[in-house]
Ligand binder design. Structure first.
Ligand code: 6GU
Length: 224
């Protein structure tokens, strides 16, 4: 998979993509992430990427030309399965969205700032608009990092058996059961006996029960 990210703050991605699973996925060649600084596509003398909004009002708008120039160049090089815009008014990111996107070949992700991008970008280039939750972030970058993480870990060969995505919360509309490791007793707090029983059938049943209980009490909406 190839992911192109359009941003005015490429440095924000240095951290999240350079460790652990996302780093390994890139080293293994399962995903190629390319960062594009929208400012590099600005042709005016101050490399401006934003401007006042028509009609007045506080807040700057990201200009159409630099973004369009960057998208046009990338689209001339390859076909994109989706051109995604990260925005608080997009569709809420759910596991199913990430599952679908993990099957694609080429994704482009545009990160907005200020009051957002000139709406003509959304009308003429964007194929999908995604929000990661009902709160406002300073820009789309952290949201894009969340989206990319959720997608990459689903690409075949990225996770090993130990970290398999199949047992994740949400993958079957259930939260995960509680987990424990050594020691069996700490400050008098014991690990549930069943987990030490060696009876794999009972352990499986206990985990299913716990997953259902957790989902009922914490996220009953998932069971609807
Ligand atoms: Cl995708 N962008 C911004 N700026 N804020 C958000 C968001 C995205 N998703 C939730 N809040």
């Amino acid at each position: 998979m190839r992911i192109d990210i359009l941003t005015i703050l490429p440095k924000l991605f240095d951290g999240p993509f350079s460790d652990s699973i996302l780093k390994r996925a890139q080293e293994k060649g399962r995903v190629y992430i390319h960062l594009h600084n929208i400012r590099d596509y600005s042709t005016d003398k101050h490399k401006n990427v934003d401007d006042y909004q028509y009609g007045g009002g506080a807040g700057m708008v990201m200009r159409i030309e630099p973004i369009a120039a960057c998208i046009d160049q990338l689209k001339a090089e390859r076909t994109y399965d989706e051109i995604i815009y990260m925005t608080p008014d997009g569709e809420l990111l759910e596991q199913g969205t990430s599952n679908q996107l993990s099957l694609k070949g080429n994704l482009m992700i545009l990160c907005g700032h200020y009051k957002g991008v000139d709406d003509r970008i959304r009308q003429h280039y964007i194929t999908k608009e995604i929000s990661i939750g009902s709160y406002v972030l300073s820009g789309g970058e952290l949201a894009a990092a969340v989206l990319v993480d959720s997608i990459i870990r689903l690409i075949p060969g990225v996770l090993n058996d130990e970290t398999s995505a199949l047992t994740d919360s949400f993958q079957d509309q259930l939260l995960s059961p509680p987990v424990y490791t050594r020691p069996p007793v700490y400050k008098g707090w014991s690990v549930p006996d069943v987990l030490l029983s060696g009876n794999s059938q009972e352990i499986d049943r206990w985990r299913e029960d716990q997953a259902l209980e957790r989902t009922k009490s914490r996220r009953p909406d998932l069971l609807d």
